[in-house]
Structures are given as structure tokens and as C-alpha cells.
Design a protein around this ligand. Structure first.
Ligand code: ADP
Ligand code: MG
Length: 472
């Protein structure tokens, strides 16, 4: 394989791990300069790029290279300033990374197409909003059950179904999930999901093009009309009028209507009474912030989907501190996962605290079990031992005493290594704190940890996280 093809394959392997955006920004001007005896030399354009890539992606590049060339032992980097201008034949065309995300824009289909074509219809729905992926909890049991009932029998007793609640609590998820579930249960039905803004835009466009066909005719074939965020109809009287007629047409034909809003019908500003009273005639249900247990279940589910393992304490800390919306909570989690992948550390209570503070602009966090991990820089070996014991959820005595179980061996070695790093104590002194062990045992532990760090990403992540905890 030539150098260009090799580098292209490595970066393609790396892209799903670190994200295309990072590939495009950090590897734009990079090439493979040389491949020799299992050593790959990568040329980058500047010192900054070099230190950035090296500190963040070193091991990931090695992993990706081994996938393609298992004999790869080492990846090294070299600065080659001329790369920026040079049209070297080994340079790869970075467009391969942007293409997949930039499909040629499609012409917006007209309504008739949406109603007729299955492919078009399914494009309105996002599979991540599957009703089965909604965790009802105590707070939203009723909303969820009503959606299930509507999906089983659209146009039945829950008509219209009106869900309301603050932003980020799962209304769109429930609406879209119900739409998809109706299609699953009744494949022939015409289900249309739209935001009220989209409806308004269509009305405006129709007026502009002097479309004579009224909306109620356009929507005549709809078996279920779902309109999200109805509050945007406020003061848009022409749109309200069109919607009123459409609503009546669909409702009178015994078809289903599902609506969401940020407030109950009686509090909608700028909406005509005849419209809000129709919203109120079916089932009106509030969507609320799920309780702590349900928030934990949602976080666990997201971790499972992302295939990441995050400590229960850390998830509890997120669930405990984020109390305004599920969307915000998912945002904190995704950011934590992203940061931990970039910096090769496991998220900790402390790092999540920083993330939440950044997002919320410095508000104080609820004090959840955080005291033990918020120590100042360690001053004694026991300060380090406490943090390591807490991190691995091991009793302190297990770290210090003789036990030879594998689960304690590595944490104990890491602990010795960190004491050495943090306090520069001699191997003898460290040995003494660990039940009078010989200094060669400590030396061996430190060497072992250093070599493990290069071979075992789990160990590297643990150490990076622990160093952060210890302020090193
Ligand atoms: P809204 O439309 O109320 O502003 P969304 O439906 O967009 O909120 O929900 C925000 C995010 O939270 C979505 O990713 C959604 O999947 C998720 N979410 C909210 N509630 C739940 C729940 N009970 N179970 C699973 N995911 C949820
Ligand atoms: Mg929404």
C-alpha cells in the first residue's frame, strides 16, 4: 500500500473515533513521510499541530494504524512547514471526510408528495424518537400511555391529544414516536408531522404564489396530523384561520390530531378562543421533568447507545445537578463523553462539575458527595491513597495490605506511581506506607505502570483522570 492510501485508510478508521470535524481541522496538512520497520513517520505542518495531535491522538492513531498494518510498532511525528503550500503527491483529498455529511440539497417536496410516498413520509420522523425509547417514569406515565392508546387506535377517545410542558422535556419525542408507532400499527395510514412554524411558512408561501387550493383540501387525505410547538401560532391570524379549518376537517372526519405546546390551551397568547377551546376538548396532559430515578435510567440508556461506561457516581451527579430539562442533561452527558474521548480521561464528578458550571455560567452546584474528591493538592501519601481508593471503590486497606487479587494489584501499583509523581518520595518511603514493602517492589510498580500506560488505554485513562483529581 502506498503512503497516501495508508494514511487515507488510517484517517478513515480514526474518523468515527474522534469525529470528522477534528480530522478536518487537525489533519488537513498532514502526510505520511515514511514507513519503516513498523515505524510510521507522520509529517504535520506546525509545532502547534504536532503537540496538539501528539497529546490527544497519539494512541488512537497507533490503534487505527494497527488495524490496517498490524506490524506497526510506533507512530512518530515531525514538523514539515512546507506542507501547507506544497502539493505533495502523498497528500490526501480531505473532501472524502466532508462528502458524507453534505448530501446535495433536495428540493422541498410539495405536500402531495409527502402524503403519497412512503420514503418521503418516513423522512419527517427521526428514528431516535421511537416511542419504545421513551422512558415514562412516574411523571410522564400518563402522557406516554395516552400516546400508546392513540397509536393503537387513532381517532379514538384521546382526540385531539394535547401535550404541554417546558422546553426539553420530551414532547417532540412523544409526538414523533406516536406518529411512527401509528405507521407501524397501521401501515396504510397517512401521518403528517410538522412544526407550527412549517405550517405558517406553507401558508405564507401559498399566499405568495396565489395558491387557490385551500389547506383543508390539501390535508384531506391525512389520517393523523401532528403539529409541534403550537404556541408559535400566536398572533399569526391567517395561519390560525387556515389551521382552524384544517383542524375541523380532520376532526370531523374522525381522524386524529396531536398537538404540543409550551403551555396549556387556556394560557396560549394571541390565539383565537375558538381554536384554544377546540384544543381543550380532547385530552390535555402536562409533560414534566422526570424524577431522579428516571433521569438515571435515561442517562444509562444514552451510555448504552454510545457504548461508553461511566461511573455510577458520575451519572448520579449529572442527574442530581441538572434539574431543568432532559435535553440539558443529555447535553452535559454528551459533552462529557466528547471531552473524555478527546483528552483520554474518564469523566469524574469534578470534571462534570466544571462542565455544568461552564454551561450554566457559574451557578453553584448542589453539594453531592463531592467533598472527598475536591481535595487540594495531596500533601501526604494518604491523600493519594484516599483518592485512588475512592476512584476504584476499594477499601483503603485493600490498597495498602498484602492481597494479591488482580483487581487490587493494578490500583495499588497506580497508587504507588502517583505518590511518587505527586510527592517525589523515595521508593523506600513509599514501600513503608504499603506495609513495609521492599523498595524494589515499588520501583517495579512504577515501571510497570509507565509501560502499561503505553499499552493499555484503560490504564492511561484512569491515570489521567486520577491526576486531574489530584490536581497534578
Ligand atoms: P421538547 O420537545 O419537549 O422540547 P424533546 O422531545 O426534544 O423535548 O426532548 C429532549 C431530549 O430528551 C430528546 O433527546 C429526548 O429523546 C430526550 N427525552 C426526554 N424525555 C425522555 C424520556 N422520558 N425518555 C427518554 N428520552 C427522553
Ligand atoms: Mg420539541
Amino acid at each position: 500500500m502506498d503512503k497516501k492510501a495508508l494514511w487515507e485508510s488510517i484517517l478513515l478508521g480514526l474518523a468515527p473515533v474522534i469525529g470528522k470535524a477534528h480530522i478536518l481541522s487537525f489533519f488537513k496538512d498532514s502526510v505520511i513521510l515514511e514507513v519503516e520497520n513498523g515505524k510510521i513517520t507522520i509529517g504535520v505542518a506546525s509545532e502547534i499541530a504536532l503537540s496538539y495531535i501528539k497529546s490527544r491522538y497519539d494512541i488512537k492513531i497507533l490503534d487505527a494504524a494497527r488495524e490496517i498494518m498490524p506490524e506497526t510498532r510506533e507512530v512518530v511525528f515531525e514538523v514539515k512547514g512546507s506542507l501547507v503550500e506544497e502539493k505533495s503527491p502523498s497528500r490526501i483529498d480531505m473532501r472524502i471526510f466532508s462528502q458524507a455529511d453534505h448530501k446535495p440539497a433536495r428540493k422541498v417536496p410539495n405536500r402531495q408528495e409527502i402524503l403519497m410516498e412512503d420514503g418521503m413520509r418516513s423522512k419527517m420522523f427521526n428514528p431516535k424518537y421511537d416511542l419504545k425509547k421513551f422512558i415514562p417514569g412516574n411523571e410522564n406515565k400518563l402522557a406516554h400511555a395516552a400516546c400508546m392508546a392513540v397509536a393503537a387506535k387513532p381517532g379514538g377517545i384521546y382526540n385531539p391529544l394535547y401535550l404541554y410542558g417546558a422546553c426539553g422535556l420530551g414532547k417532540t419525542h412523544l409526538l414523533q414516536g406516536t406518529g411512527m408507532e401509528i405507521l407501524n400499527n397501521h401501515p396504510g395510514k397517512n401521518v403528517v408531522y410538522m412544526t407550527s412554524e412549517r405550517f405558517i411558512n406553507e401558508v405564507v408561501a401559498a399566499i405568495g404564489s396565489k395558491h387557490t387550493k385551500s389547506f383543508k383540501d390539501r390535508y384531506r387525505k391525512v389520517d393523523c396530523l401532528i403539529v409541534d410547538d403550537i404556541q408559535f401560532f400566536g398572533n399569526k391570524f391567517t395561519s390560525q384561520q387556515e389551521f382552524f379549518h384544517t383542524f375541523n376537517e380532520i376532526y370531523d372526519a374522525g381522524k386524529q390530531i396531536i398537538i404540543s405546546s409550551d403551555r396549556p390551551p387556556s394560557e396560549l397568547d394571541g390565539l383565537e378562543k375558538r381554536l384554544t377551546s377546540r384544543f381543550a376538548m380532547g385530552m390535555v396532559i402536562e409533560v414534566q421533568l422526570p424524577d431522579f430515578e428516571t433521569r438515571m435510567a435515561i442517562l444509562n440508556e444514552r451510555c448504552r447507545e454510545q457504548e461508553v461506561m461511566i461511573d455510577r457516581d458520575v451519572l448520579e451527579f449529572i442527574a442530581f445537578n441538572v434539574s431543568s430539562s432532559v435535553r440539558e442533561m443529555e447535553g452535559v452527558l454528551m459533552r462529557a463523553i466528547g471531552e473524555s474521548q478527546l483528552t483520554q480521561t474518564n469523566p469524574t464528578v469534578r470534571s462534570i462539575g466544571d462542565t455544568i458550571r461552564k454551561i450554566n455560567g457559574g451557578i453553584e452546584l448542589k453539594n453531592y458527595n463531592i467533598d472527598i474528591v475536591r481535595k487540594a493538592s495531596p500533601r501526604t501519601p494518604d491523600d493519594v491513597i484516599d483518592v485512588v481508593a475512592y476512584y476504584y471503590k476499594l477499601p483503603k486497606s485493600d490498597l495498602i495490605n498484602e492481597g494479591r487479587k488482580k483487581e487490587v494489584m493494578i490500583p495499588r501499583q497506580i497508587c504507588m506511581y502517583l505518590i511518587r509523581q505527586a510527592l517525589s518520595h523515595s521508593y523506600e518511603t513509599i514501600g513503608e506506607r504499603f506495609g513495609g514493602r521492599n523498595h524494589t517492589t515499588v520501583l517495579h510498580a512504577c515501571n510497570k505502570v509507565e509501560s502499561e500506560m503505553h499499552e493499555n488505554t484503560r490504564v492511561l485513562r484512569d491515570i489521567n483522570a486520577l491526576k486531574k483529581e489530584l490536581g497534578l
